[in-house]
Design a protein around this ligand. Sequence first.
Ligand SMILES: *Cc1c(COP(=O)(O)O)cnc(C)c1O
Length: 369
Amino acid sequence: MLGPSTRAVHAGLPEREQGEPLLAGPVLAANFHLRGPVDSTPYGYGRDANPTWSALEQALGSLDGGSSLTFASGMAAVTATLVGLVAPGETVVVTQDGYSGVRLVASERLAPARVKLRFVDTDSEEIVDACAGASLVWVETPSNPRLDVADIRAVADAAHAAGALLVVDNTLATPLGQTPLELGADLVVTSGTKSLCGHSDLLLGVVSTRDERLLERLRAWRSQAGSVAGAFEAWLAHRSLATLALRIERSNANALALAQALSERGDVLDVRYPGLPSHRGHAVAAAQMRHYGCLVGFTLADAARAQAFLGACRLIAEATSFGGVHTTAERRGRWGTDGVHEGFIRLSAGCEDVADLLADVDQALARTV
Ligand SMILES: *Cc1c(COP(=O)(O)O)cnc(C)c1O
């Protein structure tokens, strides 16, 4: 099989036709010519299928090692999976240190529909112990913002022994960082808004699976909910995939260098990065990940110092989200959604030169003692 960087560049490209572009442009269409039987082409109406999605989905499927569906956003992919595949009376296990939107869908949509919820830490043993009687297990690893790591293979075995589906939210790692379907997950959900597309210019969601029946249920959900990606976004996403390997290599190397530098300082507490040998989940991360992600967590004395630090950064922009080519950071406590220290900062390393990022952090910390 071709290497992941090669697949990221070549995946989903059309046949080589004389005079045709290497990557076809976006097909902006609400409806298509459809004469006679409605199943004579996949492309009849733009809420069901679009050739630009098909090309992108082929590319994403090749990276994830399954078949993929694209959605309007990461949350559209989350709700398709969580609401679309779970029935009243069933039990769902959800890791609580994860994207707040997932917890909200669980507690505000599933719980009122008589779905039983079990919230657990991103700790392999705790997840394994919670699987009995569940029908779906949702794990985000590395978790966010604490960056804890779960052993996907161990959790998949426990979920399957209980007759449950395992869903892994792979937004942080991307398929170049880890491939959950190969480690036993049934479904992998990715917000393309973050590292996958990486330019902070679009929203997109992806669900991939090797199970054709699950794929068809999710496809039906997408048509019914209408949670479809725009053709232009899908094309931009496909274009962005070609640089995924370059962006991941640079941003992840920058994240490691920043984590190392921060962990050597006396005025910075609790530096978290799965690639640091001192990180609690490092051994599992080293065994199942090819890259450790762009996010670094660290804690300054209090909210005031953390805000002052962010205000003193010159290159690093204060912004939410992560995975873009520009380095960003924010004080997570400002949202009130994550159980973190008020001085906790989540930094997303971008693709700048590492020396410039280290210098920016140094000068900003020095100016805000
Ligand atoms: C951002 C994010 C989502 C939601 O994605 P959107 O594209 O913002 O809807 C889901 N899961 C994780 C882990 C995320 O970081």
